[in-house]
Design a protein around this ligand. Sequence first.
Ligand code: UD1
Ligand code: PEP
Length: 426
Amino acid sequence: MDRLKISGGKPLSGTIPISGAKNSALKLMAAALLTPEPVTLTNMPNLADTRFLSQLLSTLGVEVYWPKGDATCHLNAAELTSTIAPYEQVRKMRASFNVLGPLLARYGHATVSLPGGCAIGARPVDLHLKAFEAMGADLLVEQGYVKAAAIHGLKGAHIVFPFVSVGATEHAMLAATLANGETVLENAAREPEIADLADCLNSMGAKVSGAGTATITIEGVEKLHGTTHDVMADRIEAGTYAMVVAAAGGDVTLTNAPVAALSAVNHALRNAGIIVDADKDARTLRIQRNGSKLNAVNIDTAPHPGFPTDMQAQFMALMSLADGTSIIRENIFENRFMHAPELSRLGANISVRGHEAIVKGVDALKGAPVMATDLRASVSLVIAALAAQGETEVSRIYHLDRGFERLEQKLTAVGADVRRVSAEEE
Ligand SMILES: CC(=O)N[C@H]1[C@@H](OP(=O)(O)OP(=O)(O)OC[C@H]2O[C@@H](n3ccc(=O)[nH]c3=O)[C@H](O)[C@@H]2O)O[C@H](CO)[C@@H](O)[C@@H]1O
Ligand SMILES: C=C(OP(=O)(O)O)C(=O)O
């Protein structure tokens, strides 16, 4: 298994280009199932997750043309050969579950494995299923599979989500584009990826309005056509590199950054004493820290526009070096503090009480062997390692490959000492 060897303590300088957003790309790929015409996605991130979903789409009969390393992915769902998404392909990546809605909407039936829980929490899909039922689908959950049918097609519905779910909002939106009549989603998630999906769907002929607000209206249409859509830039990747610079020090400009989507993260960084120059028009974010102490800042994760749960681990790594104590509350996932004991191996002083982590800043971290436990937890260890004295070895980095494109290359380009070591090399 590959590992990362990181020698910390080097200030960083230069430019890091931000890639397309994983969490947008995955839903945009599922949208290609809604039309028999070609869908081309540009600014596609080459990640384990996006490659994995392209394999599932191929299994369903989608023609996928996406050369390795290329940022353009061509999908053609002209004729599907299957409407079954098997256990192995949904269990390994939750977002695969998103093929259910499009298949049901276009073909009137689909059988998709339940995604199950994962390291960060149980993550049920009850809101997704209730939304499809409200749209008239018959659902049977049997032997770990959701068997869904809507023989006469889905119909528009008024759906009020009891709490905000990004996945359920996107999934209901995908399915509603081909439903008969109007669907209204209330208490919808407002994440920027939802507006990106709506833009793509509208360019395919869908009638979606209100995406990015808490009420989304979808007027169903008979069919959708092909499109070319540019995947939005990854706000979590951009926020992560901002934390890297904040922790290690230096002066780095992030290009192709989704500046408007990063206000909560930028606000927290500024409170911590980091200089953040955000230029919305130029889509750049310049992050500077020159030897200054970090202020301790409390954060509460919340749905957008609140502080994103996907940035919580990275901010904890930063706060472990702050001057004072910060309280970090995780309000989205019940088990998203697995990075805390690993950060402690590097010398951080963190105690976890339920959904609250109390981080007492220390003067310095020291390199140690640590283990990645999930995607964002893994990158929090990279951040801490880049700020630490000495060498850190991060194992199980396949988690990182799910969501960070060319991580070592991007970090090395700004002066970090990061090496990937494969098992065979040792
Ligand atoms: C691929 C992708 O885009 N993943 C993102 C998406 O995940 P995902 O879409 O899975 O996250 P949700 O917003 O749906 O989850 C929010 C909360 O609702 C719960 N819930 C959700 C659905 C449901 O049917 N029932 C239920 O109880 C979840 O367990 C969680 O506690 O949004 C999360 C919250 O911003 C991010 O951390 C993930 O990176
Ligand atoms: C939790 C994440 O992804 P997923 O929902 O695919 O597990 C993430 O991107 O941080």
